[in-house]
Design a protein around this ligand. Structure first.
Ligand code: ARG
Length: 585
């Protein structure tokens, strides 16, 4: 039996049955939460008393009389207007933690969801022939973390990187490449940096020509038509842009220490074939209507400046399809082809109106419904340390790679300062894990909908809510475990616990519950907050309770066990978020 029921669940169950025994008609939630006064406090009786028109303290006293104390609950008291204060037996804390420690599946005893669904996550979606920017960073980091957490709960996740690989700008690019062959080297011959610099050069040169030379502009227009009608030579050149861009994307994702699968890079172009069918279905169902030649969908509550309704354009008057048609077709594919139960989009909040219209259209068409839902995790803007949208001094958008390189460089300074005995190679290796971890953590620890400040000084600080602080906590534990030598960590449930041990232990037990909650709410910051608190509780424990110098051999073993379980929980939680925990720092 690898799975362990959390103490919160055990106590909740007991309380629920005591509540039901007292008031059989109640379907009351005991509303259990951690408390400073006792281990847990239950507030649910207040609402129940109100409903039953009973005196809450009397009701609470009645409920208490039905709770068996002993194994798990050591003590339960009525407090205040009718709260229950609950104390857990030390033995129960240690027994639960020991079972988590014994789980060799790497899940710390956390059970899988009973009825998992299929979530298709649309994240990390840069655009072909364009540099990635900080907005793409947020999508990648948040998406990857959500995926890690959802996977842990047992949900099946499928990634979709909806890259911008289609559109009229390709006419200009391809036409230019035809007239200047050899400007893009074969994708197999370039690294990420060369690929991007080639693409940038071609982009700038073709743009300049397009803006200054009307004859070229006309040829570029015709090239768009050739691309759309599937002309072979045109498509081959288009593919070159895609391949060259992928070399660049992969190099950035590698720097980000993130695994991206080729079969999950399914860009806008992949939905071209299905778009006419999407349009036909929408028109047939009466969801979309013809207006001035275009096929559009109207919404009562979406209006522009002059109070005119703003439509979603499925097909333009010239017959062309755009971004909306590709997203609607993608929804059909994900629901019908991939059997998704949830469609999750991690896209800049500035596209939220687009998604609002797309989702509503899909609902009207029946592609989304109560069983298949869609959400956009619209994330906020990345701001500079000055609180303004992140730009270089010259006012240009910051190149993502420069940013990552700088983070790693800053991390190297911190690592070098702290660990004098590391070789330069070791410093660089750790600096990458610390620097990239810092960037990810800073992003994830802010609620996604809020803007966040990209402040490298703060990110790599050893103090405060940073990944570096958590990584140090982890590395310190590893060093204690090494120092323990032959003394092995082992749980001794018969021991009485120090207050700091109880606080740490109860928090450790709540790991699984926290991941489930954070995953269900798409809230990675709830997991970072949990991990930060774990490191803080560990620090208090370590200050108050000597580990290797504890007064009895069993106590040494038991404290080493708490240390080791803390380390395993930290490393697991960080891994779900895509952040590494080096063994030494
Ligand atoms: N490529 C787009 C951009 O850079 C993001 C795509 C988001 N996903 C989607 N299904 N529309 O803005």
């Amino acid at each position: 039996m690898a799975s362990v029921t959390s103490l919160t669940d055990l106590v909740s169950k007991q309380l629920t049955s005591a509540l039901l025994a007292t008031r059989p008609e109640a379907s009351a939630d005991p509303l259990l939460r951690r408390s400073d006064r006792a281990d847990f406090q239950a507030n649910g009786i207040l609402a129940l008393a109100k409903k039953a028109k009973a005196n809450p303290r009397d009701l609470a006293t009645e409920v208490v009389s039905r709770i068996t104390t002993g194994d798990v609950i050591e003590d339960v008291e009525v407090s205040g207007p009718g709260f229950l204060n609950i104390t857990i037996a030390d033995r129960a804390v240690l027994t639960n933690l020991a079972a988590r420690y014994a789980d060799d599946t790497g899940r710390l005893g956390v059970p899988l969801a009973e009825n998992p669904g299929v979530t298709v996550i649309d994240y990390a979606q840069p655009n072909v022939a364009k540099e990635m920017h900080v907005g793409h960073l947020r999508s990648a980091v948040i998406g990857d973390a959500l995926r890690g957490m959802l996977d842990f709960t047992g949900e099946k996740t499928i990634g979709r990187h909806h890259i911008g690989d289609w559109g009229t700008q390709f006419g200009m690019l391809i036409q230019y490449l035809m007239e200047h062959p050899g400007e893009l080297a074969p994708a197999s011959e370039v690294d990420g940096e060369q690929a991007m610099s080639n693409l940038n050069r071609v982009y700038k040169a073709s743009r300049a020509l397009f803006d200054s030379d009307d004859a070229f502009k006309e040829r570029a227009r015709k090239r768009v038509v050739a691309l759309q009608s599937g002309d072979k030579e045109t498509l081959e050149l288009w593919q070159q842009f895609v391949d060259e861009s992928k070399v660049y994307f992969y190099s950035v994702f590698e720097k980000l220490d993130m695994e991206i699968r080729d079969d999950e890079i399914v860009g806008e172009s992949a939905y071209n074939e299905g778009m006419p069918e999407t349009a036909r279905l929408l028109e047939e169902k009466g969801v979309a209507e013809r207006s001035e030649g275009a096929l559009v969908v109207f919404f009562d509550d979406i209006r522009g400046k002059d109070d005119q309704p703003v439509p979603l354009i499925v097909q333009k008057a010239d017959g062309g399809f755009g971004y909306a048609a590709s997203d609607l077709t993608a929804i059909r594919d994900r629901v019908v082809g991939l059997h998704a139960t949830t469609l999750l989009y991690v896209v800049d909040v500035r596209q939220s109106l687009h998604f609002k219209m797309v989702f509503e259209t899909a609902r009207r068409a029946g592609w989304l419904n109560d069983d298949v839902t869609a959400h956009n995790m619209g994330y906020g803007t990345v701001l500079g340390a000055d609180g303004k949208p992140f730009k270089t001094r010259e006012g240009e958008t910051v190149r993502l790679e420069d940013l990552l390189d700088e983070a790693v460089q800053r991390a190297a300074e911190v690592v070098r300062e702290k660990a004098k005995d590391l070789t330069e190679e070791e410093i660089q290796e750790r600096a990458a894990q610390v620097g990239i971890g810092a960037v990810k953590y800073a992003d994830l620890s802010t609620s996604p909908s809020r803007d966040y400040k990209f402040d490298l000084d703060q990110m790599v600080s050893l103090n405060g809510d940073t990944s570096v602080y958590l990584q140090y906590a982890y590395a310190r534990i590893q060093s204690i475990l090494r120092k323990a030598g032959d003394v092995r960590p082992a749980a001794h449930p018969e021991l009485e616990l120090h207050e700091a041990e109880r606080a740490l232990g109860l928090h450790l037990d709540a790991f699984g519950d926290t991941v489930f909650e954070a995953a269900a709410e798409y809230a990675p910051h709830k997991l970072t907050a949990y991990l930060y608190q774990l490191a803080s509780l560990y620090t208090t424990f370590y200050d108050k309770c000597p580990v290797l110098k504890a007064d009895a051999p069993e106590r040494v073993e038991n404290r080493l066990f708490l240390c080791d379980l803390t380390a395993r929980t930290l490393t697991k939680g960080m891994a779900l978020l895509g952040i590494r925990t080096p063994e030494r720092l």
